[in-house]
Design a protein around this ligand. Structure first.
Ligand code: NDP
Length: 323
């Protein structure tokens, strides 16, 4: 049994807990939190404060860091790597090189291994981008995101005066996706690739025209996209928009010789972004525990993980049934 800790119990932490419950070779032994442990209720695992991590060093094979990328992981990644083999889903793409260096130094200093930036993007999508690029060097890769909820954009709409609640969906523009798949010479711009749909619960008597204008003209968030705004009741929001779906598509088109076109498409359609991301993080946790057991140390990424290490199945079984 691989003994697993979860560090940070939000959406992703709960998603990882759910995924561990479906993994027969893994058991959740503790959940770490920065909050009062008594205030956190899990599906059954004990809860400990992050300050108590050292006491768990010999009882945990891999710690899944489930904190947020915006502020939590810069501190949690290196801190947890001092005590455990770790896995995280750091997704601030531009900062991955410096985050890798910080975690690498902490992990090597303690003789531990860390796999950073797992999940689906970065994560599975990154693996497919490398695969497409390697197999079809004469080609281009395009990534579309959605349909899915963007928490950051939903929060931005909620901050507008008169808005009680909001949910923002990012959607790929279907015509552009089809054109890319067909290999047409289509212009790929922010507006041509994705659009944004907002569902808003407004306060009684609020100026709906002003709210809509503030949304569609919001710089950085909406101004560069075609955005629709639909006002709904709180009841409809609760009934139809409670989930956290997401997904996307990575398309690699390339030529193997003049006029001979090949296409790889990798698509994710997720009912629950955190549950799926948790499932990836847990599989990466299995790989991390195995790599650490073989004596590997330092920071790694999904590019260093083998499919055999991700799988709970025996390599002989994989050879017999999956090749
Ligand atoms: P949350 O905001 O739900 O949780 C982040 C942290 O906030 C938790 O670890 C928890 O830490 C704390 N927290 C959670 N609930 C509460 C609460 N009620 N009161 C106080 N603190 C709370 O974020 P998510 O779990 O949704 O996302 C985590 C990260 O996952 C994202 O920032 C993103 O970077 C990453 N992600 C990566 C993906 C990928 O494909 N690579 C895909 C999706 C997400 P504590 O228990 O210590 O208080």
């Amino acid at each position: 049994m691989i003994r697993v800790a979860i560090n940070g119990y939000g959406n992703l932490g709960r998603g990882a807990e759910q995924a561990i419950s479906k993994s027969e070779d893994m058991e959740l032994v503790v959940v770490f939190t920065r909050r009062d442990p008594a205030s956190v209720t899990t599906q059954g695992a004990p809860v400990a404060h992050v300050d108590d991590m050292p006491a768990w060093a010999d009882k945990v094979d891999v710690c899944l860091n489930c904190g947020g990328s915006a502020t939590d992981l810069a501190e949690q990644g290196p801190a947890a790597a001092a005590h455990f083999t770790t896995v995280d889903s750091f997704d601030t793409h531009a900062e991955i090189p410096s985050y890798f260096a910080a975690v690498d130094a902490a992990a090597k200093g303690a003789g531990h291994l860390a796999i950073i930036s797992t999940g689906w993007d970065p994560g599975l999508f990154s693996m497919l981008r490398v695969l497409g690029d390697s197999v079809l060097p004469d080609g281009t890769t395009t990534t579309f995101w959605g349909p899915g909820v963007s928490q950051g954009h939903s929060d931005a709409v909620r901050r507008i005066e008169g808005v009680l609640d909001a949910r923002q969906y990012t959607l790929p523009v279907a015509e552009t996706v089809d054109a890319v798949k067909a290999g047409e010479d289509v212009e790929l711009t922010t507006r041509s690739m994705h659009r944004r749909d907002c569902y808003v619960v407004a306060a009684e008597g609020a100026d709906l025209a002003r709210i809509e204008k503030e949304i569609v003209e919001m710089p950085n968030y909406f101004a560069d996209y075609d955005t629709t705004v639909t006002f709904i009741s709180a009841e409809e929001m609760a009934a139809k928009h409670a989930g956290i779906p997401h997904g996307g598509t990575v398309i690699r088109r390339g030529l193997t010789s003049d006029g001979v076109a090949e296409r790889i498409t990798f698509e994710l359609a997720l009912d629950s972004n955190p549950e799926f991301t948790g499932a990836v993080v847990v599989a990466m946790g299995r790989a991390a525990a195995r790599m650490a057991a073989r004596g590997q140390t330092g920071a790694h990424t999904v590019f260093d993980v083998t499919l055999a290490d991700l799988s709970p199945k025996d390599p002989a079984e994989l050879r017999a049934h999956y090749l």
